[in-house]
Design a protein around this ligand. Sequence first.
Ligand code: B12
Ligand code: SF4
Ligand code: SF4
Length: 339
Amino acid sequence: MNSNQLNQIVQEEGLIPLGVVPLFYSDSYSQFLRWLDQGKHAGLKYLEKYQDIRKEPSRLLEGAKAAIIIALPYSQGDSWPPKPNERSRAAQYARFTDYHNFLRQAGLRIVEKLKMNPELASQSFRVLVDTAPVLERALAVQTQSSFVGKNTCLIHPSHGSFLLLAEILTTQPFKFDLPEKKEDCGSCTLCQVHCPTGALNEDYVLDSNRCLAYWTIEHRGTIPEEFWPWLSKYYFGCDICQLVCPYNEQAKAYQLPEKIVPKQMPSLFEVATMSQANYENLFGGTPMTRAKRNGLRRNALIAMCVTQDPRLEEALMRVQDDGGFPLEETVEQIRKKLF
Ligand code: B12
Ligand code: SF4
Ligand code: SF4
């Protein structure tokens, strides 16, 4: 099978074929270990596990020789700075049904089609999306079709960085005819200048201890007050270091594949006060469930506090009647600020 045939199969799923790579990462794994040693993963303890697999992703499929890297473009046409009066946002990737399931199903359909080719019929394949212990960007960057920017995102020179990644491991020893020229950031530092918290102060390194995406998505306790002001712009995730990137100028709104359903975003008041049933109704099946119900309520309450939302007091009363971890502490922090 040649690369044109492979690319066509991937494109039929509405995805971008980034390329096929061998299963090793040059020196990225040692960079990853240094990052862990320096504690830049904050509370992301799961990144400390399964190092034997992360170091050698070929362990995920017996006899694996290569990875086909595929990407889902998802830009929703946001801009930075937000329009005056625009309410606190959720990051673009989180506003529709979960990409994990979509990419996994699309990956399986691609495998089915590949197996119809006699050359590939007896080969094994395994689809990975996000959660396997693999350095996805380090693998993807080896396609040379894309590069890692100073915001640490994988950037395709024409499609930008609003791309969600998945890999299809295979035992087929594909030929790796990699393109030669790669673009890079050059002297640009826009993402570093605009990151509101200084999480990107070191070139090509993200400090999760300072990243809004970490605090609003992954962290389980309350959020340190020094990060509160920016929840007025993003109460779930953060896209600032991508929105200011010149490589995303062309990547305006993408038409998402039909199977991905956009979700209506509720008001902060609705989020802060939502019952379990409302939570399931509003956010079920979206990436926002990663923060869990009380994580989203915590974020929304903080965003209401910093934007001086007129319904804050009402929300606080409702949360006090139906709180739990970590809302009691967040409510206490807000009360101290108000008086
Ligand atoms: C942990 C994690 C996070 C953490 C830490 C982020 C980080 N920068 O490491 C937090 C919670 C902060 C986070 C945030 C986000 N995440 Co996240 N996250 C992950 C996850 C699960 C692991 C990443 C990891 O191992 N980080 C450790 C660091 C050290 O590794 P790395 O960033 O992959 O960097 C390696 C490569 O860059 C490589 N490298 C290769 N070539 C080169 C060249 C140079 C010059 C350099 C310096 C390095 C380098 O070396 C590095 C070390 O190994 C991946 C999925 C996965 N399994 O990979 C998704 C993933 C990275 N996240 C993703 C997304 C979409 C996001 C958010 C945009 C979500 C949001 N809107 O809020 C933000 C973006 C923040 C940012 N600027 O990176 C996408 C990124 C897609 C893309 N185009 O890059 C991924 C790949 C998930 C997916 N399947 O699509 N995330
Ligand atoms: S996601 Fe936001 S907080 Fe995190 S590095 Fe990018 S701009 Fe900074
Ligand atoms: S904003 Fe500039 S420095 Fe940052 S990733 Fe984009 S091109 Fe690179």
